[in-house]
Design a protein around this ligand. Structure first.
Ligand code: GFB
Length: 317
Protein backbone atom coordinates (compact mmCIF):
# COMPACT_ATOMS: atom_id res chain seq x y z
CA UNK A 1 0.00 0.00 0.00
CA UNK A 2 2.97 2.36 0.62
CA UNK A 3 4.91 4.22 -2.05
CA UNK A 4 8.17 2.67 -3.29
CA UNK A 5 11.07 4.90 -4.34
CA UNK A 6 13.18 2.07 -5.73
CA UNK A 7 14.04 2.60 -9.42
CA UNK A 8 12.25 5.99 -9.41
CA UNK A 9 13.50 9.37 -10.65
CA UNK A 10 13.30 11.58 -7.57
CA UNK A 11 13.74 15.35 -7.79
CA UNK A 12 15.01 17.07 -4.65
CA UNK A 13 14.27 20.78 -5.07
CA UNK A 14 16.65 22.75 -2.84
CA UNK A 15 19.36 20.08 -2.72
CA UNK A 16 22.04 22.57 -1.65
CA UNK A 17 20.08 23.69 1.39
CA UNK A 18 20.38 22.11 4.82
CA UNK A 19 17.24 19.96 4.53
CA UNK A 20 17.54 19.23 0.81
CA UNK A 21 21.12 18.02 1.18
CA UNK A 22 20.09 15.83 4.13
CA UNK A 23 17.30 14.33 1.98
CA UNK A 24 19.81 13.58 -0.81
CA UNK A 25 22.11 11.80 1.70
CA UNK A 26 19.15 9.85 3.10
CA UNK A 27 17.93 8.80 -0.37
CA UNK A 28 21.19 6.94 -0.99
CA UNK A 29 19.54 3.97 0.80
CA UNK A 30 16.41 3.93 -1.37
CA UNK A 31 17.74 2.65 -4.71
CA UNK A 32 16.37 5.65 -6.62
CA UNK A 33 17.91 8.08 -9.09
CA UNK A 34 18.20 11.52 -7.45
CA UNK A 35 17.66 14.50 -9.75
CA UNK A 36 18.95 17.94 -8.80
CA UNK A 37 19.43 21.32 -10.47
CA UNK A 38 21.61 24.15 -9.21
CA UNK A 39 20.35 27.73 -9.08
CA UNK A 40 22.36 28.63 -12.20
CA UNK A 41 20.88 25.66 -14.08
CA UNK A 42 17.28 26.33 -13.05
CA UNK A 43 15.67 29.47 -11.62
CA UNK A 44 12.74 28.11 -9.61
CA UNK A 45 11.05 31.54 -9.69
CA UNK A 46 10.84 31.33 -13.49
CA UNK A 47 7.69 29.42 -14.43
CA UNK A 48 8.70 28.75 -18.06
CA UNK A 49 12.11 27.44 -17.00
CA UNK A 50 10.58 25.17 -14.34
CA UNK A 51 8.03 23.81 -16.85
CA UNK A 52 10.76 23.10 -19.40
CA UNK A 53 12.95 21.36 -16.81
CA UNK A 54 10.11 19.10 -15.64
CA UNK A 55 9.13 18.34 -19.24
CA UNK A 56 12.70 17.22 -19.95
CA UNK A 57 13.47 15.38 -16.69
CA UNK A 58 10.05 13.84 -16.01
CA UNK A 59 10.57 12.96 -12.34
CA UNK A 60 8.37 10.31 -10.70
CA UNK A 61 8.52 11.87 -7.24
CA UNK A 62 9.41 15.31 -5.83
CA UNK A 63 10.65 16.55 -2.47
CA UNK A 64 9.86 20.28 -2.45
CA UNK A 65 12.54 21.50 -0.03
CA UNK A 66 13.51 24.65 -1.99
CA UNK A 67 12.60 27.87 -0.18
CA UNK A 68 13.85 31.25 0.85
CA UNK A 69 14.52 30.67 4.54
CA UNK A 70 16.06 32.59 7.39
CA UNK A 71 15.87 33.45 11.04
CA UNK A 72 13.64 35.91 12.85
CA UNK A 73 15.47 39.07 11.71
CA UNK A 74 15.67 38.06 8.04
CA UNK A 75 11.95 37.21 8.07
CA UNK A 76 11.09 40.49 9.75
CA UNK A 77 13.17 42.72 7.47
CA UNK A 78 12.62 41.08 4.04
CA UNK A 79 8.87 40.35 4.00
CA UNK A 80 8.50 40.86 0.24
CA UNK A 81 11.25 38.34 -0.56
CA UNK A 82 9.91 35.77 1.90
CA UNK A 83 6.37 36.01 0.52
CA UNK A 84 7.08 36.42 -3.20
CA UNK A 85 10.02 34.02 -3.59
CA UNK A 86 8.32 31.23 -1.68
CA UNK A 87 5.00 31.62 -3.49
CA UNK A 88 6.75 31.52 -6.86
CA UNK A 89 8.97 28.54 -6.03
CA UNK A 90 6.17 26.38 -4.68
CA UNK A 91 3.46 27.26 -7.20
CA UNK A 92 5.84 26.76 -10.15
CA UNK A 93 7.02 23.37 -8.90
CA UNK A 94 3.62 22.00 -7.85
CA UNK A 95 1.97 22.99 -11.15
CA UNK A 96 4.87 21.67 -13.26
CA UNK A 97 4.81 18.40 -11.29
CA UNK A 98 1.10 18.05 -12.02
CA UNK A 99 1.60 18.77 -15.72
CA UNK A 100 4.11 15.93 -16.15
CA UNK A 101 2.15 13.44 -13.99
CA UNK A 102 4.50 13.26 -10.99
CA UNK A 103 3.23 10.32 -8.90
CA UNK A 104 4.04 11.70 -5.48
CA UNK A 105 5.11 15.10 -4.13
CA UNK A 106 6.07 16.08 -0.60
CA UNK A 107 5.86 19.79 0.22
CA UNK A 108 7.94 21.06 3.10
CA UNK A 109 6.49 23.80 5.32
CA UNK A 110 7.35 25.10 8.77
CA UNK A 111 5.93 25.23 12.29
CA UNK A 112 5.51 29.00 11.88
CA UNK A 113 2.31 28.34 9.88
CA UNK A 114 0.48 28.02 13.20
CA UNK A 115 -1.12 30.89 15.13
CA UNK A 116 1.17 32.86 17.46
CA UNK A 117 -0.84 31.75 20.48
CA UNK A 118 -1.76 28.26 19.30
CA UNK A 119 -2.67 25.72 21.97
CA UNK A 120 0.45 23.73 22.96
CA UNK A 121 1.61 21.19 21.97
CA UNK A 122 0.36 22.30 18.54
CA UNK A 123 -1.81 19.84 16.68
CA UNK A 124 -2.22 19.89 12.89
CA UNK A 125 -5.83 21.08 13.44
CA UNK A 126 -4.56 24.43 14.83
CA UNK A 127 -3.87 25.67 11.28
CA UNK A 128 -5.80 28.91 10.55
CA UNK A 129 -7.33 29.00 14.05
CA UNK A 130 -5.79 32.38 14.95
CA UNK A 131 -3.55 35.31 13.98
CA UNK A 132 0.05 34.60 12.93
CA UNK A 133 3.27 35.81 14.58
CA UNK A 134 4.02 39.19 12.89
CA UNK A 135 7.79 38.63 12.45
CA UNK A 136 7.23 35.71 10.09
CA UNK A 137 3.67 35.99 8.81
CA UNK A 138 4.95 36.56 5.26
CA UNK A 139 6.81 33.27 5.18
CA UNK A 140 3.93 31.56 6.99
CA UNK A 141 1.34 32.81 4.47
CA UNK A 142 3.47 31.46 1.59
CA UNK A 143 3.84 28.09 3.34
CA UNK A 144 0.10 27.91 4.11
CA UNK A 145 -0.55 28.59 0.41
CA UNK A 146 1.75 25.66 -0.44
CA UNK A 147 -0.16 23.30 1.86
CA UNK A 148 -3.44 24.49 0.37
CA UNK A 149 -2.19 24.12 -3.21
CA UNK A 150 -1.22 20.49 -2.54
CA UNK A 151 -4.64 19.90 -0.96
CA UNK A 152 -6.36 21.61 -3.89
CA UNK A 153 -4.62 19.43 -6.50
CA UNK A 154 -5.36 16.40 -4.37
CA UNK A 155 -9.03 17.33 -4.07
CA UNK A 156 -9.57 18.39 -7.69
CA UNK A 157 -7.37 15.82 -9.45
CA UNK A 158 -6.86 12.97 -6.97
CA UNK A 159 -3.04 13.26 -7.01
CA UNK A 160 -0.87 12.11 -4.10
CA UNK A 161 0.62 15.41 -2.89
CA UNK A 162 1.36 15.61 0.83
CA UNK A 163 2.82 18.23 3.20
CA UNK A 164 5.12 17.98 6.21
CA UNK A 165 5.65 20.74 8.82
CA UNK A 166 9.03 20.47 10.53
CA UNK A 167 9.85 22.18 13.79
CA UNK A 168 12.95 24.46 14.18
CA UNK A 169 15.79 22.66 12.40
CA UNK A 170 19.60 22.80 12.63
CA UNK A 171 22.51 20.67 11.47
CA UNK A 172 24.97 20.00 8.68
CA UNK A 173 25.06 22.70 6.01
CA UNK A 174 23.27 25.36 8.09
CA UNK A 175 23.64 29.12 7.46
CA UNK A 176 26.06 30.73 9.95
CA UNK A 177 25.60 34.35 8.84
CA UNK A 178 24.62 36.20 12.02
CA UNK A 179 22.15 38.55 10.34
CA UNK A 180 20.16 35.94 8.44
CA UNK A 181 20.63 32.69 10.37
CA UNK A 182 18.36 30.83 12.74
CA UNK A 183 19.17 30.79 16.43
CA UNK A 184 21.17 27.52 16.69
CA UNK A 185 23.92 28.36 14.16
CA UNK A 186 23.98 31.95 15.47
CA UNK A 187 24.65 30.84 19.04
CA UNK A 188 27.28 28.31 17.96
CA UNK A 189 29.12 30.98 15.96
CA UNK A 190 28.83 33.63 18.70
CA UNK A 191 30.25 31.29 21.35
CA UNK A 192 33.04 30.11 19.03
CA UNK A 193 34.00 33.73 18.26
CA UNK A 194 33.82 34.76 21.92
CA UNK A 195 36.09 31.88 22.90
CA UNK A 196 38.59 32.61 20.12
CA UNK A 197 38.67 36.33 21.00
CA UNK A 198 38.97 35.70 24.75
CA UNK A 199 35.73 37.69 25.28
CA UNK A 200 33.94 37.60 28.63
CA UNK A 201 30.37 37.88 27.26
CA UNK A 202 28.12 36.40 24.60
CA UNK A 203 24.83 37.98 23.52
CA UNK A 204 21.46 36.44 22.81
CA UNK A 205 18.66 38.33 21.07
CA UNK A 206 15.48 39.00 23.00
CA UNK A 207 14.57 37.93 26.53
CA UNK A 208 15.87 34.36 26.29
CA UNK A 209 12.50 33.09 27.51
CA UNK A 210 10.92 31.93 24.19
CA UNK A 211 10.65 28.17 23.99
CA UNK A 212 11.65 26.32 20.84
CA UNK A 213 11.65 22.66 19.84
CA UNK A 214 14.76 21.61 17.93
CA UNK A 215 15.36 18.78 15.48
CA UNK A 216 18.50 17.78 13.60
CA UNK A 217 18.15 18.03 9.80
CA UNK A 218 19.17 14.36 9.41
CA UNK A 219 16.26 13.27 11.61
CA UNK A 220 13.98 15.56 9.60
CA UNK A 221 15.16 14.07 6.29
CA UNK A 222 14.57 10.57 7.65
CA UNK A 223 11.02 11.56 8.67
CA UNK A 224 10.36 13.12 5.24
CA UNK A 225 11.45 9.98 3.38
CA UNK A 226 9.34 7.95 5.83
CA UNK A 227 6.29 10.10 5.00
CA UNK A 228 6.95 9.86 1.27
CA UNK A 229 6.89 6.07 1.62
CA UNK A 230 4.14 5.66 4.21
CA UNK A 231 1.74 8.61 4.24
CA UNK A 232 -0.97 9.59 1.83
CA UNK A 233 -3.50 12.06 3.18
CA UNK A 234 -5.09 15.49 2.79
CA UNK A 235 -3.88 16.88 6.10
CA UNK A 236 -0.29 18.03 6.62
CA UNK A 237 1.85 16.17 9.20
CA UNK A 238 3.89 17.73 12.02
CA UNK A 239 7.55 16.67 12.19
CA UNK A 240 8.85 17.40 15.67
CA UNK A 241 11.33 15.97 18.14
CA UNK A 242 9.60 16.79 21.42
CA UNK A 243 12.92 18.31 22.59
CA UNK A 244 12.02 21.78 23.82
CA UNK A 245 14.27 24.33 25.56
CA UNK A 246 14.21 28.07 26.23
CA UNK A 247 16.64 30.20 24.21
CA UNK A 248 18.58 30.94 27.42
CA UNK A 249 18.85 27.20 28.18
CA UNK A 250 19.97 26.59 24.60
CA UNK A 251 22.72 29.21 24.93
CA UNK A 252 23.80 27.57 28.21
CA UNK A 253 23.99 24.18 26.45
CA UNK A 254 26.06 25.66 23.60
CA UNK A 255 28.39 27.43 26.09
CA UNK A 256 28.87 24.20 28.10
CA UNK A 257 29.44 22.06 25.00
CA UNK A 258 31.96 24.62 23.68
CA UNK A 259 33.79 25.02 27.01
CA UNK A 260 32.94 28.74 27.23
CA UNK A 261 32.46 30.04 30.78
CA UNK A 262 31.60 33.74 30.25
CA UNK A 263 28.39 35.69 30.81
CA UNK A 264 25.23 35.58 28.73
CA UNK A 265 23.90 39.07 27.92
CA UNK A 266 20.37 39.71 26.59
CA UNK A 267 19.81 42.19 23.75
CA UNK A 268 16.16 43.05 24.32
CA UNK A 269 16.11 45.47 21.36
CA UNK A 270 15.75 42.32 19.21
CA UNK A 271 12.40 40.48 18.88
CA UNK A 272 11.42 37.32 20.77
CA UNK A 273 8.93 36.15 18.16
CA UNK A 274 6.46 33.43 19.10
CA UNK A 275 6.60 32.66 22.85
CA UNK A 276 6.36 28.90 22.30
CA UNK A 277 5.98 26.50 19.38
CA UNK A 278 6.11 22.93 20.54
CA UNK A 279 4.45 20.66 18.03
CA UNK A 280 2.28 17.68 18.76
CA UNK A 281 3.88 15.00 16.57
CA UNK A 282 1.50 12.25 17.66
CA UNK A 283 0.29 11.71 14.12
CA UNK A 284 3.83 11.00 12.84
CA UNK A 285 4.60 8.80 15.88
CA UNK A 286 1.32 6.94 15.23
CA UNK A 287 2.54 6.14 11.72
CA UNK A 288 5.62 4.57 13.32
CA UNK A 289 8.44 7.14 13.06
CA UNK A 290 10.69 8.28 15.91
CA UNK A 291 13.65 10.72 15.97
CA UNK A 292 17.08 9.34 16.86
CA UNK A 293 19.37 12.34 17.47
CA UNK A 294 19.18 13.89 20.94
CA UNK A 295 19.54 17.65 21.28
CA UNK A 296 22.79 17.22 23.22
CA UNK A 297 24.31 14.91 20.56
CA UNK A 298 23.12 17.20 17.78
CA UNK A 299 24.65 20.27 19.45
CA UNK A 300 27.98 18.46 20.05
CA UNK A 301 28.11 17.27 16.44
CA UNK A 302 27.16 20.67 15.00
CA UNK A 303 29.74 22.53 17.09
CA UNK A 304 32.43 20.14 15.89
CA UNK A 305 31.32 20.54 12.24
CA UNK A 306 31.39 24.34 12.60
CA UNK A 307 34.92 24.19 14.08
CA UNK A 308 36.02 22.12 11.08
CA UNK A 309 34.51 24.64 8.65
CA UNK A 310 36.32 27.57 10.32
CA UNK A 311 39.60 25.70 10.62
CA UNK A 312 39.48 24.57 6.98
CA UNK A 313 38.79 28.17 5.89
CA UNK A 314 41.63 29.49 8.04
CA UNK A 315 44.14 26.93 6.78
CA UNK A 316 43.24 27.56 3.13
CA UNK A 317 43.74 31.38 3.47
O1 GFB B 1 15.65 30.70 15.09
P1 GFB B 1 14.99 32.01 15.07
O2 GFB B 1 15.66 33.07 14.28
O3 GFB B 1 13.51 31.88 14.55
O4 GFB B 1 14.89 32.59 16.58
P2 GFB B 1 12.02 31.70 15.08
C1 GFB B 1 14.41 31.81 17.63
C2 GFB B 1 14.52 32.58 18.93
O5 GFB B 1 15.90 32.73 19.26
C3 GFB B 1 13.93 34.01 18.92
C4 GFB B 1 16.17 34.08 19.63
O6 GFB B 1 13.30 34.26 20.14
C5 GFB B 1 15.18 34.88 18.78
O7 GFB B 1 15.01 36.19 19.29
N1 GFB B 1 17.59 34.40 19.41
C6 GFB B 1 18.47 34.67 20.39
C7 GFB B 1 18.22 34.48 18.23
N2 GFB B 1 19.67 34.97 19.87
C8 GFB B 1 19.54 34.85 18.52
C9 GFB B 1 20.45 35.04 17.45
O8 GFB B 1 21.61 35.40 17.62
N3 GFB B 1 19.97 34.81 16.19
C10 GFB B 1 18.68 34.42 15.96
N4 GFB B 1 18.29 34.19 14.70
N5 GFB B 1 17.79 34.27 16.98
C11 GFB B 1 11.72 31.41 12.56
C12 GFB B 1 10.88 32.04 11.49
O9 GFB B 1 11.24 31.88 13.74
O10 GFB B 1 11.57 30.01 12.62
C13 GFB B 1 11.03 31.35 10.23
O11 GFB B 1 11.18 33.42 11.43
C14 GFB B 1 10.97 29.85 10.36
O12 GFB B 1 10.04 31.81 9.37
C15 GFB B 1 11.84 29.34 11.48
O13 GFB B 1 9.65 29.43 10.54
C16 GFB B 1 11.72 27.85 11.72
O14 GFB B 1 11.82 30.33 15.65
O15 GFB B 1 11.60 32.80 15.98
Amino acid sequence: MGYNLSGKRVYVAGHRGMVGSAIVRRLANEGCEVLTATRSELDLKNQAAVNAWFEKQKPDAVFLAAAKVGGILANDTMPADFLYDNLMIETNIIKAAFDVNVEKLLFLGSSCIYPKFAEQPIKESELLEGALEPTNEWYAIAKIAGIKLCQAYRKQHGVDYISAMPTNLYGTGDNYDLQSSHVMPALIRKVYDAKSDGAKNVTIWGSGSPLREFMHADDCADALVFLMLNYSGHEHVNVGSGQEVSILELMQMVCDASGFHGNIIKDTSKPDGTPRKLMDSGKLRGLGWLPSITLQDGIDRTISEFRNIVETETSSN
